[in-house]
Design a protein around this ligand. Sequence first.
Ligand code: DAT
Ligand code: MG
Length: 139
Amino acid sequence: MTERTLILVKPDGVKRALSGEVLRRIEAKGYTLVAVELKHATPELLAEHYAEHVGKPFYAPLVDFMLSGPVLAVVAEGERVIEGFRSLAGTTDPTTAAPGTIRGDLARTWDLPVIQNIVHGSDSPESADREIGIWFPAL
Ligand code: DAT
Ligand code: MG
């Protein structure tokens, strides 16, 4: 079934000039770009986006990190794109993310209070609907 997902190139990816590389991988896989916009997050927007993580020990450093620079917000469309992009991204910890994935190829673990792993991707159809509404209310 054709679906849409919300992808973010996080501040580490934008700073390292990897936005184009992430878009290239999304397009090379055959997904369609529906919306692409450089945005600055706010604490309020992140509290919605990361609602499931509010109160966890890494939440405050996660917010600081996500506010440390612009993010590239992307809506991509395609057959099973939600799980497909999660697979392209690789697992959360970049040290053990599989080679061939965005996180596995392009990130490593730093001695930081929060994991910096270049990209976000929605994890379910419900999350995708919610997150697209947060980042692209006009869509
Ligand atoms: P994912 O981004 O793979 O969906 P998540 O939703 O569990 O992972 O967490 C959101 C982000 O928060 C994740 O990309 C990196 C950071 N993070 C998650 N768990 C962490 C932990 N135990 N320590 C530090 N940072 C963490
Ligand atoms: Mg997540």
